[in-house]
Design a protein around this ligand. Structure first.
Ligand SMILES: *[C@@H]1O[C@H](CO)[C@@H](O)[C@H](O)[C@H]1NC(C)=O
Length: 246
């Protein structure tokens, strides 16, 4: 893998609301949305617009660094990779393991055999006096969290502290379980169904989904999931958090 094209071929950039790269990079919508001719000004116009890429790494490949001020999250779906820091200390990430690399953190991601990763990258929204630290861990090491009113099992892969401007949730549903509420919120989601199958409602549309399917949910899209099939549904979910969306 060459440095110049970090994640070739499969890089998917989700352009929500026709977001263009403005002077604020990924993080704002074009002025045409804000300065539309309508009488009412748009109250909500920011989207975080990260990139989500499911790269397949071939043997002996190595990643470059993300652009300046861009943070990176990688999760191993198949195979294994080695993440090293600038001092040469390295961790081997196997399936279900992940790494959070803060913006401008020198590192390399290497692959001896092949691997499939989920990679989220977004421009970090910094907050004075808060510093995001690198994290290496795995889903199984994370505690189950309370989900009042809901039956699914929830784990969060990143700390909920203010230093972090997004989180990754792992959500498990047994067959027949479903979200109690239809959700509706400003946060965006990028979802990868890791296991199982079910039906996702987005607005008034219903999508049968199965392991390997990816969904991007724009702000304020009504959303709901029901797990079908005979085995557990597990999905990985990106969510922007801890920053004022306005
Ligand atoms: C690399 O990781 C090792 C082990 O965690 C740590 O002691 C060292 O300070 C790290 N170096 C950098 C530059 O982050």
């Amino acid at each position: 893998m060459k440095t110049s094209s970090v994640f070739p071929l499969l890089l998917i950039t989700f352009s929500l609301l026709k977001v263009a790269a403005s002077e604020e990079g990924f993080c704002s919508s074009p002025y045409s949305v804000v300065n539309s001719d309508t009488d009412s000004n748009t109250l909500y116009w920011k989207v975080t617009n990260p990139t989500l890429s499911p790269p397949y790494l071939r043997e002996k490949s190595r990643s470059g660094l993300p652009p300046f001020d861009v943070e990176r999250f990688i999760f191993v779906v198949q195979g294994a990779v080695t993440v090293s820091n600038a001092s040469g200390a390295s961790d081997k990430l196997i399936v279900d393991s992940y790494a959070y690399l803060p913006p401008n953190f020198q590192h390399s991601v290497k692959c001896d055999a092949s691997a499939t990763l989920v990679v989220f990258e977004r421009r970090y929204a910094s907050l004075e006096n808060y510093v995001a630290e690198p994290i290496i861990s795995s889903t199984e090491k994370q505690p189950l969290l309370e989900t009042p009113g809901e039956v699914f099992e929830l784990r969060k892969l990143l700390p909920t502290s203010l230093a972090y401007d997004f989180n990754i949730h792992i959500m498990d549903f047994q067959p027949g379980e479903f979200l109690n509420v239809k959700e509706f919120h400003y946060n965006q989601h990028g979802l990868l169904l890791l296991e199982g199958q079910g039906i996702y409602r987005l607005g008034d549309n219903w999508y049968p989904i199965q392991a390997g399917d990816v969904i991007w949910m724009a702000p304020f899209v009504p959303q709901w999931y029901a797990a079908l099939g005979k085995t557990r549904s597990r999905y990985l979910l990106y969510k922007d958090v801890n920053r004022n969306p306005l």
